[in-house]
Ligand binder design. Structure first.
Ligand SMILES: [Zn+2]
Length: 286
């Protein structure tokens, strides 16, 4: 399908609330972590939501529970986003989607918005909006659905988005797909190229080798989950790549409970990479 090209330039503003770090607008690429939680309920982490800025383009990756509130608290304009990219259909990645769209409607967004998701998940997302009384006919902005297929790059607001398949949902698919043929079991990682830089966002993976197709060229920033994989196995794959900075998120509960130890083990395992462990509200530049 044709991908609408959106005009650049935003009326967004960024505040410096106590919870959020002050952003560095001079950097050409930034990542703002709105929710770094894993799939479990957590008192100190919201669920997955990551805002990337590449040049003038702003793309949200995943829209987990809590995003509507944390976005409002950030002071960002409701016109700011160019697109929302969803990695897969687990609730910790899409649970805040309909509420955030309700916010875009009530806050009177006018700019077009692209929602890109695994192709098989889009009918369910559309039905969910309708079921929560959010018919796009009400919206004051055009909503463009963009079905993503692994291996087929698309362009959003000047950013090249490369979806790559991960095996995160393979075992669930083997168990449930026959009885639930309408369910989307696709899970994606993303390569994002824009402003002369390259970023990789892991989404949820089945094995570290899932990331290799996206890491064949140098990356400025890798945002990588640490819930479904063993750290030594992951490090063995990442050590072979040219990654300037790696931000780890979606930590499993043991890793989260011992963040200093996790950070130390990651830094020891990845000597050529700047390593970070993200908490909600963190901002990173690349
Ligand atoms: Zn997850």
């Amino acid at each position: 399908m044709e991908v609408p090209r959106l005009a650049s330039g935003h009326g967004s503003c960024l505040n410096s609330s106590k919870q959020m770090s002050v952003p560095d607008d001079s950097a050409s690429v930034s990542l703002r972590c709105f929710g770094v939680g894993d799939g479990w309920p957590s008192a100190d982490r919201r669920h997955s939501a990551y805002l990337y800025r590449l040049g003038t383009a702003r793309l949200l990756v995943d829209c987990g529970d809590g995003f509507s509130q944390s976005y409002k608290a950030s002071g960002l304009s409701y016109e700011a986003l160019d697109g929302i990219l969803l990695t897969h259909m687990h609730s910790d990645h899409v649970g805040g989607f309909s509420m955030f769209l309700q916010g875009l409607w009530l806050e009177r967004r006018t700019r077009p918005l692209i929602v890109a998701a695994p192709a098989g998940g889009i009918p369910a997302l559309q039905a969910w909006l309708e079921a929560t009384l959010l018919s796009p006919a009400l919206f004051g902005f055009p909503l463009h659905w963009l079905p993503l297929v692994a291996g087929q790059a698309v362009e959003i607001a000047g950013v090249t988005v490369e979806p790559a398949r991960t095996g995160h949902l393979d075992s669930l698919k083997a168990k449930l797909a026959a009885a639930h043929p309408q369910v989307c079991f696709e899970a994606l990682a993303f390569g994002l190229s824009g402003a002369g830089k390259r970023v990789v966002h892991s989404g949820d993976i089945g094995a570290p080798v899932d990331l290799e197709p996206l890491l064949g060229q140098p990356v400025e920033l890798l945002t990588c989950e640490l819930a479904h994989i063993e750290l030594p196995e992951l490090a063995a794959v990442l050590r072979r790549q040219r990654i300037r900075q790696a931000v780890f998120m979606h930590l499993g509960r043991d890793h989260w409970a011992d963040r200093p130890g996790t950070l130390r083990r990651l830094a020891d395992a990845l000597p050529g990479t700047e390593v970070r462990v993200a908490v909600d509200g963190d901002e990173f530049t690349a």
